[in-house]
Design a protein around this ligand. Structure first.
Ligand code: AMP
Ligand code: ZN
Ligand code: FE
Ligand code: FE
Length: 296
């Protein structure tokens, strides 16, 4: 049983259509795949159709941009929300705010690029983002690739787009503890994506995670390409101490991210079962109509 619980389609900053992603997941030998585009459920419907077609189990989710306001530096936290009712008004409202923030910063980033002598137009970005509901820096990166300024997304981030680089502009992210409660109230479950993936500092630490459990956190993504073996060992131990569900996933972005192939990291079947049990309990308690798992 091979389970990959974190993937992106071109509805956010992946490069495959949702239905293609699901077909590729089946071809890669996965039994279960979750579609978790950034801040949107826009890819769910075509993914469901493809899942029926190829006979794979599909978990509908999203990766929500949040910020931990209680921690020094207010670090950004990517929160994987599985199986929430996507029509739950507080969730819809907050995702709208995040998507507006994503769109709203594009002109500022283009202006900063212009100050560095690089002309990228809004149309160039639109051509790169296509039908994406969630515009992101990777789309600006793709525009820079098309214009021949950089070789690939990696170079674009390194030279211009990463935090601290000349064209970086921050954006709105939802308060983490509020979002944990919102996801639960929407009948879904929350898992922190790559908790130690991007900063060298080990944060959130065990005490922070324990605090988040009180707000409804159900799990942490441990097996992720951005985690060192040492980080995984420590996170796995913390997950055990706190009774968290421990997941693993590719964070697949199609051609947009190298070394993140479908199924390159996976979740143990018993961990998925725990996660789905928690989701079923949350759905029941919420009284919402939740999407449920699509089974072959
Ligand atoms: P944004 O959503 O606009 O804040 O951009 C963050 C997204 O860019 C995340 O989904 C990352 O997966 C992606 N990303 C960050 N760094 C890189 C990189 N070096 N190469 C490709 N994608 C990246
Ligand atoms: Zn992404
Ligand atoms: Fe992420
Ligand atoms: Fe991701």
């Amino acid at each position: 049983m091979r389970i990959d619980l974190h993937t992106h389609s071109h509805v956010s900053d992946g490069t495959d259509a949702p239905q293609d992603l699901v077909r590729l997941a089946a071809q890669a030998g996965l039994d279960v795949v979750a579609l978790t585009d950034h801040d949107t459920a826009a890819g769910w419907a075509p993914a469901v159709e493809a899942a029926h077609e190829v006979g794979i189990t599909l978990v509908r989710g999203m990766e929500i941009s949040t910020r931990h306001h209680d921690l020094p530096g207010r670090p950004g936290v990517h929160l994987l929300a599985y199986l929430p009712d996507p029509t739950y008004p507080p969730l819809v409202e907050e995702l709208g705010r995040i998507l507006d923030g994503r769109q709203g910063r594009v002109p500022a980033m283009l202006e900063l690029l212009r100050e560095h002598g690089i002309e990228v137009s809004a149309e160039d970005v639109l051509a790169a983002s296509g039908d994406a509901a969630a515009t992101g820096r990777p789309h600006i990166a793709d525009a820079l690739v098309t214009l021949g300024v950089v070789r690939d997304r990696g170079e674009a981030f390194e030279r211009f787009l990463s935090a601290g680089r000349p064209a970086y502009v921050g954006r709105y992210a939802a308060p983490l503890t509020d979002m944990l409660r919102t996801v639960t109230a929407a009948g879904g479950v929350s898992v922190i994506a790559h908790p130690w993936g991007r900063s060298r500092v080990e944060r959130p630490d065990e005490a922070d995670l324990a605090h988040l459990v009180e707000h409804g956190l159900a799990g942490i993504e441990v097996d992720h390409q951005d985690h060192s073996p040492q980080a995984r060992d420590r996170l796995r131990a913390i997950g055990g101490n706190l009774g968290l569900v421990v997941t693993g996933a590719s964070d697949y972005h199609g051609a947009g991210k190298i070394d993140h192939d479908l199924g390159c990291q996976t979740t143990a079947p018993e961990e998925l079962e725990r996660l789905l049990d928690l989701a079923a309990a949350a759905a029941e308690a919420s009284g919402r109509t939740t999407p449920g798992v699509v089974r072959p």
